[in-house]
Design a protein around this ligand. Structure first.
Ligand code: ZN
Length: 175
């Protein structure tokens, strides 16, 4: 288990744009990857989610912290393997940012309702219903597995901001 260097858009755009492959049924590999993702995320106090391609592994695994939209702090990272979005809805405009694109944030439209299928950290298949910002965070991370970045979802340049333009928004955290 070890934190790994985070790929940044500036230097690793091609790797961040690559579509990730499903993780085979290899519990040890999955456990190691989830552990590395958690260790890496915990090095970045603003982070609330991370996807395997952000550490250079093109496998479909993510870690997400739930409860980040409540204003009351969020939970520890939880690993999800081979996530599949079965249904999404209630789209809303929200703030978005990414550990791989530091210094930028944006308003993007994402679902506030998701039905998600996947394999949990114990290797059990699950189907979850997610609401509010939890759905937004998972949607952002699943995008990473498809090589999609939040800047791709910005509908107009006025919705893209540099952190130093508006320091009052500097507290925004991002997946
Ligand atoms: Zn991201």
């Amino acid at each position: 288990m070890a934190a790994r260097p985070l790929l940044l858009f500036e230097t690793s755009e091609a790797a961040l744009r690559r579509v990730s492959e499903p993780l085979a049924d290899e519990p040890d590999e999955a456990r190691r990857l989830i552990a590395d993702l958690k260790d890496t995320l915990l090095r970045h106090p603003n982070g609330i989610g991370l996807a395997a391609p952000q550490i250079g592994v093109h496998k479909r695994a993510i870690v997400v912290c739930f409860g980040a939209g409540t204003g009351a702090g969020h939970g520890p990272p939880i690993g999800v393997i081979n996530p599949v979005i079965l249904e999404e809805g209630r789209e809303r405009l929200d703030f978005d940012g990414c550990l791989s694109i530091p210094g930028l944030y944006a308003e993007t439209v994402r679902p506030h309702f998701l039905r998600l299928r996947g394999i949990d950290e114990r290797g059990q298949a699950f189907e979850w219903t997610l609401d509010g910002f939890d759905a937004v965070v998972v949607h952002h991370e699943v995008d990473h597995l498809n090589g999609v970045l939040f800047i791709d979802r910005v509908s107009s340049p006025d919705r893209l901001h540099r952190e130093d333009d508006e320091p009052e928004a500097g507290e925004r955290s991002g997946p």
